[in-house]
Design a protein around this ligand. Structure first.
Ligand code: SF4
Ligand code: SF4
Length: 192
């Protein structure tokens, strides 16, 4: 019947309108910004660069391999590799980004940079209150804006952050040199 869809839609609206006076779950609007709905764990906005420990420079996981820069569809990542190296989380000397910028006026939040990074060094942030009066420089996030602690990552994405920690710890354990072999004829270590 013509108009049946409209009638059904209006019935749903009426049921929710009346119901919202009795059940809080039916209230789908909040008094933002005083009230906020918690964001879903998988909500994403723009990328950031997690670092381990307290020092954003020493703990930065990014090794400036530039894979994300090449793969970013709108080309909004700009990286300059360092001249020197610093130890990574396994103690291996690695380059780091002397410059790492993301133009969030261009970024389309596709997460491809995260998917292609082999070092768990770039993740998606949830920060969304980013409006600025100035259109250009204010929306160009520099390395100092992008670097955020692993604790922060845990606070916004606890499940993913715990998985990444476990993966990095496993990789670091595999890289640890095995203890030297006992000389032939020596008693086993447990018998000493
Ligand atoms: S989320 Fe997508 S568009 Fe934004 S920086 Fe990453 S790859 Fe580029
Ligand atoms: S964020 Fe990842 S992919 Fe991008 S340069 Fe750093 S290590 Fe490479």
């Amino acid at each position: 019947m013509i108009g049946m869809g409209i009638l059904k839609g209006m019935a749903v609206t009426a049921r929710n309108f009346v119901g919202s006076y009795f059940e809080k779950d039916r209230l789908i609007t909040v008094q933002y910004p005083e009230e906020r709905i918690p964001l879903a764990e998988n909500y994403r906005n723009f990328p950031f660069l997690p670092y381990d420990g307290d020092d954003p420079h020493a703990g930065l996981r990014c090794v400036a391999c530039k894979i994300c820069e090449k793969e970013c569809p709108p080309q909004c990542i700009y990286i300059i590799k360092s001249e020197d190296k610093k130890p990574d989380y396994m103690g291996k000397p690695q380059f780091y980004p002397a410059v790492f910028d993301i133009d969030i006026s261009v970024c389309m939040s596709c997460q491809i940079c995260v998917e292609v990074c082999p070092f768990e060094a770039i993740k998606m942030d949830k920060e969304f209150e980013l409006s600025r009066r100035e259109r250009f420089d204010a929306l160009l996030l520099r390395k100092s804006d992008l670097a955020k602690s692993n604790d922060y990552y845990h606070s916004i994405c606890p499940t993913d952050a715990a998985d990444v920690d476990a993966k990095l710890a496993e990789a670091a354990a595999k890289k640890k040199p095995s203890p030297p072999a006992a000389p032939v004829g020596a008693p086993p270590a447990s018998a000493a």
